[in-house]
Design a protein around this ligand. Structure first.
Ligand code: SF4
Length: 262
């Protein structure tokens, strides 16, 4: 599909202006030639995942020293930003050295920018097998994806690598949330698959009640998508959902409106 967003170039990108995070300095732990992710979401702004895996080949990825050097350079510079965000061309937590990278960047942050929080945007997949509380406690702002709660919808919506079960991911989110505050982010879509009404939505809501996140962020897609036939829901519908979710769960829920209509 044309008009997809290009992959981020290099280890450091931005600061980008983010609806949720203000000026966000991005850290990309992947090459700029292909997306490496454990999911292949139908709405992904970068298009289809070329390497769908939870265990990427280390040779394809930047080394710890390369990441740390790039981050130190920008932290020492005069560039201003509000958050340092692990995101980029794939799922940050699948990088096999993610714990070491987080620990070293946390130390650099304390040294050069002690008031700038670390943020993680994760698809939650790694929580299915391991909930690394020590590493995640070094990140102040933990944002995890959950778009649906049943395996069939999960495979259509997120088209995850075959070793992943949404029930295990939900159990991991529940375990983490019992120890550290987390935010759940959910993309609601319509079209060839929808997740904002009926049984799919009811199951998602049930999972949220189990996980008990501190906050919920809901949005739709106003960017190009990987799969034709995926449509955004309206801003009015998004606000209706946010109010309903907050009413049903008691958890603060914020709707992030689309900037433009597709
Ligand atoms: S988890 Fe994120 S990067 Fe991976 S396919 Fe989904 S939207 Fe794209």
């Amino acid at each position: 599909m044309s008009n997809l967003l290009p992959l981020q170039k290099g280890i450091i990108y931005g600061p980008v202006n983010s609806k949720r995070l203000g000026r966000s300095l991005g850290i990309n732990l992947f090459p700029d030639t292909k997306k490496i992710c454990s999911f292949d979401c139908a709405y992904c702004q970068y298009g289809r995942t070329s390497d769908k895996t939870s265990k990427p080949n280390r040779a394809d990825l930047p080394k710890v020293d390369e990441v740390i050097n790039a981050v130190e350079q920008v932290l020492k510079s005069s560039v201003e930003f509000d958050y340092i965000t692990f995101s980029g061309n794939g799922e940050p937590m699948v990088h096999p050295d993610f714990p070491e990278i987080v620990r070293k960047i946390s130390e650099l942050r304390d040294k050069y920018r002690h008031d700038v929080p670390l943020t993680l945007l994760s698809n939650s997949s790694c929580l299915a097998s391991d909930v690394d509380i020590d590493t995640l406690s070094l990140i102040e702002n933990r944002i995890f994806k959950l778009d649906c709660a049943d395996q069939k919808s999960f495979m259509i919506m997120n088209d995850a690598s075959s070793d992943l079960k949404i029930a295990d991911i939900i159990a991991g989110l529940e375990k983490l949330s019992a120890v550290l505050p987390i935010t759940i982010q959910t993309v609601f879509v319509d079209g060839i698959i929808q997740n904002y009404q009926g049984e799919i939505f009811d199951q998602w809501l049930k999972a949220i009640k189990r996980i008990k996140p501190q906050k919920i962020q809901v949005y739709s897609t106003d960017r190009p998508v990987a799969v034709a036939g995926i449509k955004m829901i309206s801003n009015e519908e998004l606000h209706r959902l946010a109010n309903l979710i907050q009413e049903q769960t008691g958890i603060p829920t914020r709707a992030y409106e689309a900037q433009k209509k597709r």
